[in-house]
Design a protein around this ligand. Structure first.
Ligand code: ADP
Length: 742
């Protein structure tokens, strides 16, 4: 065995060299045809055929190209490789130094070897599979031979190796220096074809991608989408049949959603089976594609029986999540012929499309559920966005507002008279007092009663509740309002008020007379000498009559308020002294409870109606006694403060107890006329807090509650130090504003 190694020189230098032999002229003519061929599938067989044809001693020609996996055979001529070996030959990847071609590649120089013991012997050490192929090829060739391996270099890039096997006894028929020049042309033609092929592939991929995107964007629903994607993919690949499997992560199951050129029964190994039991479990688990022959042990026998030999399973990915699998089936060449680089972006696109459709379907489902719930509510429900524009109104809202169409475009606050809402006295609500505006301001309110005048001049009363809709960052994004028609209740209430006003009026004088006589008899009994057998009875009589008179007085106050005859007699009052008097008066009924007065000074002078403010304090302290446990402490605190909205000086009075507390949803209601919390057994008409609020508001002050259920209540009263003339709208509840200030 001999080895010929001509001097190493680059092909550029070779081209520069003057070559004038006859042989080279001939080869230049032959090579002109190669450069005209752009497609690798035409060029490679033509190249090898040219050498086999024009170099008579050559018995075999093989073209090897450099790939990332090693030198790969792409064409041969001069001899026929039987189909049994052809498969294996095409799969050979020579590593640097393996065989003559691998050696030429490693050394980047022409390798020429003579041998008397056949092709296999000349190839040296290689992997066992490659040795088997070399052996099989050697069996087709003469024993005495010469192997010439010429590196193919295009510029600085080595693109492959041309391997010629010729009879050992005959000269090759071409000068080696000429051959090197020709090799440069061969390399240029190959590079050209490779670039052309890359361009053609990316064009094909782009077209394929475009086709899939079009089919995704035009699909009506998920089944339509997967079916059209599968059809497009099958046109783009050499697969004979295929299926699109959707993965249900909740149930860990696969489902065949689309199939083409195959019976659904043949796909039973995928349909409605748990992922782990399916042939593509690993593809779903790891999100990696798998290309392999079909195997009985993978449960793919039905596919084999249907004439398929190999499968390509590609995950459909949405980000890192597998939403399904594209399964393609075909003959054994399928695994080689599949263009993974083309299919993966398509699969990602489909993966995202499936995820989007799912999200959309889920949100539609939730939406329908939400609508059913909203529509089934008998109360009117309105939602608005952060700008106060209506975004949703249920049928009850339409019916209650007697509007065929509610205004969805205009922010409600910009047209306050749109639904003509008024307060209970008939004054139009200002934009600030509209239910939506209150909720958008961040207020949560219950049972906000308003009136609406209809075109026929009839009045309807509504009770509104509302709350802001807040996002995760705590920003107000909109508001939710519910409301119901309370016209009939309101009418009954009016009738009741009128009746009670008359009854109270009629009862006041006889009761006052009874009280005077009861007090007189009591005093006489107390002064009488001897045993006081009637003292107990007369004391109870006097207390009960006093209580009845208080109730009647409260009722009369209500009717005075309704008639606008609730006049205040202002005077300068030291609130500390007043509070002390009320505490002293209440002490006998406080039992074991401790009544504490806490003030920052002995004098806090305000201009107010002393009798009415006394009524408020009495009411708050007697409630604290009524609703708190026997051994608890009741604290009355007074201190200076400021009204935020007009920055005027004020006094803040608080009455705290350790009673059951008042839940937030009741805190507004307890100020309503006749409201009494359900289940409270303490006596009363539910007028005390209503009158207290009216009195405080008539003084230009505010009253509100700070309480949590089970943790006691604190009633806060803020009274301006000076009195000024105020309109009714100014008296509207500003408790939120105020609590911020204190
Ligand atoms: P009355 O005490 O006559 O029922 P009020 O108007 O004074 O009427 O009070 C209305 C309701 O408010 C009461 O029925 C009670 O449920 C609740 N309430 C008032 N004060 C307190 C308090 N200190 N603690 C708990 N609940 C109270």
């Amino acid at each position: 065995m001999t080895e010929h190694q001509p001097e190493l020189s680059t092909s550029d230098q070779m081209i520069e060299r003057t070559v004038s032999s006859e042989g080279i002229q001939r080869w230049l003519k032959i090579s002109a045809a190669w450069l005209a061929l752009q497609e690798p599938e035409h060029l490679f067989p033509t190249l090898v055929a040219s050498f086999a044809e024009h170099l008579p001693p050559v018995r075999a020609v093989m073209l090897w190209l450099v790939t990332t996996g090693g030198l790969q055979p792409v064409a041969h001529a001069g001899f026929t490789i039987p189909s049994a070996i052809s498969e294996h030959w095409l799969r050979v990847r020579l590593q640097p130094g393996e065989g003559a071609a691998g050696l030429a590649w490693q050394r980047e120089t022409v390798i020429q070897q003579h041998g008397e013991h056949g092709y296999r012997e000349l190839q040296g050490i290689a992997s066992p599979q490659t040795q088997t192929v070399f052996q099989a090829i050697g069996d087709l060739l003469p024993r005495s031979l010469m192997v010439t391996a010429v590196p193919l270099r295009a510029g600085h890039t080595l693109v492959g190796v041309l391997e010629l096997v010729s009879n050992a006894s005959e000269p090759l028929g071409i000068e080696m220096t000429d051959f090197e020049v020709i090799a440069g042309i061969v390399a240029a033609a190959i590079r050209n074809a490779q670039l052309y092929d890359e361009l053609r592939r990316s064009h094909q991929r782009l077209k394929a991608f475009d086709a899939v995107v079009t089919s995704i964007s035009t699909a009506a629903d998920l089944p339509d989408l997967v079916q059209s994607v599968l059809t497009v993919v099958l046109e783009l690949t050499p697969a004979q049949s295929g299926a699109l499997l959707i993965f249900d992560p909740a149930q860990e199951r696969l489902q065949v959603s689309a199939w083409c050129n195959i019976e659904l029964t043949t796909l039973s190994c995928f349909d409605q089976v748990s992922v782990d039991a399916s042939p593509c479990a690993e593809v779903v688990r790891y999100g990696q594609p798998a290309f392999r022959p079909l195997l009985d042990e993978h449960g793919e026998s039905a596919l084999i029986e249907a004439g398929m030999a190999a499968a390509a399973y590609l995950p459909l990915l949405a980000g890192g999540t597998v939403t399904g699998v594209l399964a393609l089936f075909g003959d054994i060449d399928l695994t080689k012929a599949i263009d993974k680089d083309m299919l993966m972006p398509i699969c990602n696109q489909v993966g995202f499309a499936i995820a989007n459709v799912r999200l959309y379907e889920d949100s539609q489902h939730e939406r329908r559920k939400f609508h059913t719930v909203i529509e089934s509510i008998a109360e009117g429900v309105l939602l608005c966005d952060r700008y106060g524009r209506l975004t949703l109104a249920n049928q009850a809202a339409h019916d209650l507002l007697s509007c065929a169409t509610l205004s969805f475009e205009t922010p409600l606050a910009t047209v306050p008279d749109l639904y003509d809402l008024r307060d209970l006295d008939g004054n139009a609500l200002t934009p600030d007092d509209l239910p939506f505006t209150r909720a958008l301001r961040g207020e949560t309110f219950y049972d906000y009663r308003v009136m609406r005048c209809l075109p026929d001049n009839s009045e309807r009363f509504f009770s509104f509740s509302g709350a802001p809709a807040v996002n995760e960052q705590g920003e107000v994004e909109g508001a939710v309002i519910t409301f119901r028609d309370i016209t009939s209740t309101q009418k009954v209430q009016r009738a009741k008020d009128e009746f009670l006003a008359v009854a109270a009026h009629e009862l006041r004088s006889p009761l006052a007379a009874v009280r005077s006589y009861a007090d007189l008899l009591l005093r006489r009994e107390q002064q009488r000498e001897g045993d006081h057998r009637d003292l107990h009875g007369l004391t109870i009589l006097s207390q009960q009559v006093a209580h009845m008179l208080r109730l009647v007085d409260n009722l009369l106050d209500v009717s005075r308020l309704d008639a606008g005859q609730f006049d205040l007699q202002h005077q300068q009052v030291n609130l500390v002294g007043l509070a002390q008097q009320v505490i002293d008066q209440q002490r006998p009924s406080a039992g074991q409870r401790e009544l504490l007065l806490e003030t920052e000074s002995t004098e806090l002078i305000v201009t107010c109606d002393a009798m009415r403010i006394r009524q408020v304090l009495t009411n708050l302290i007697s409630n604290a006694i009524k609703y708190s446990p026997p051994d608890s402490v009741i604290g009355v605190r007074l201190r200076s403060a400021t009204l935020l909205h007009n920055n005027t000086p004020a006094v803040l009075i608080s009455v705290s107890d350790q009673g059951p507390g008042i839940p937030p949803e009741e805190q507004e209601r307890v100020f309503q006329r006749y409201y009494r919390a359900p289940g409270r057994r303490a006596e009363g008409l539910g007028l005390g807090l209503y009158l207290s609020r009216e009195i405080v508001q008539l003084h230009g002050g505010q009253i509100w509650i700070e309480s949590r259920e089970g943790q006691g209540s604190t009633f806060m009263v803020l009274l301006p130090v000076e009195q000024m003339q105020r309109s009714r709208t100014e008296r509207m509840n500003r408790s939120v504003e105020l609590s911020a200030e204190i």
